[in-house]
Design a protein around this ligand. Sequence first.
Ligand SMILES: NC(=O)c1ccc[n+]([C@@H]2O[C@H](COP(=O)([O-])OP(=O)(O)OC[C@H]3O[C@@H](n4cnc5c(N)ncnc54)[C@H](OP(=O)(O)O)[C@@H]3O)[C@@H](O)[C@H]2O)c1
Length: 235
Amino acid sequence: MKRTENKVIVVAGATGGIGEQLCDDLARQGAKLALCGTNPEKVSDLCARLRDNREADVYGACVDVTEEGQVTEFLKEAENRYGTPDVLINLAGLSIPGKIEKTEESVYDILMDVNVKGTFLMAKHFAEHAQAGAQIINLGSMAARRVNGGAPLYCMAKTAVNILSQGLSLQLAEKKIRVTTLNPGGVDTPFWGDRPVKRDKLMLPQDVVDTILFVLDTNPRVAIHSIDFESMEML
Ligand SMILES: NC(=O)c1ccc[n+]([C@@H]2O[C@H](COP(=O)([O-])OP(=O)(O)OC[C@H]3O[C@@H](n4cnc5c(N)ncnc54)[C@H](OP(=O)(O)O)[C@@H]3O)[C@@H](O)[C@H]2O)c1
């Protein structure tokens, strides 16, 4: 039996390439899901698919993770339906490449808000109620480990996610709540938009999902701080 069976799992940014695959696998393992994204159609389509294909117990909501009121409402409703959530997986994120001297202030704000503030707000309100044994998984990126000139602000934001996770991990240890950051290299998802990347060299969403499932299946006595991984084709 997997440790995720009957667990209440919150997935933020569930409607993206990694999130959809993750929710499908978690539903198959028998988890109860509370999921969100900002696009109402994508949220309702994903919930319908999970119910139809996996008979999943799923609550979906349209939530902007940068808005504290929306985050608290979402987590309150998840708790009302399923009880205190056991796991939070923060996938909501985006990258906007560009040269710093040409970058608008609004681009800086959205990059920091979605990647960093969103992670902070979700973790803050999850941790308020979380019980011993709970887990938080935050998505960083190899961009935090190896800065690239194409998207330096994204590298900065994901570095902040790593540091935030480390701090959270130290603060939540006394409550026996574990925090892990995953730092994947490139993954073939809509994240890349029309940027000229060699998609056949990237990892697949399933590769990240397998790593998340591994972390979730680890014995609660073990804290996994972070995992860096990427496509062999990128070495
Ligand atoms: N793909 C890669 O190469 C790669 C590599 C390393 C790390 N990552 C990280 O992995 C995570 C998932 O990436 P992905 O590839 O699945 O990206 P994706 O396909 O672009 O999905 C991004 C997800 O984030 C959600 N999102 C964006 N802004 C949001 C907001 N303000 N509030 C709530 N949700 C929001 C999107 O929902 P809506 O569309 O409904 O807004 C979508 O569900 C991200 O944190 C990304 O930075 C990705």
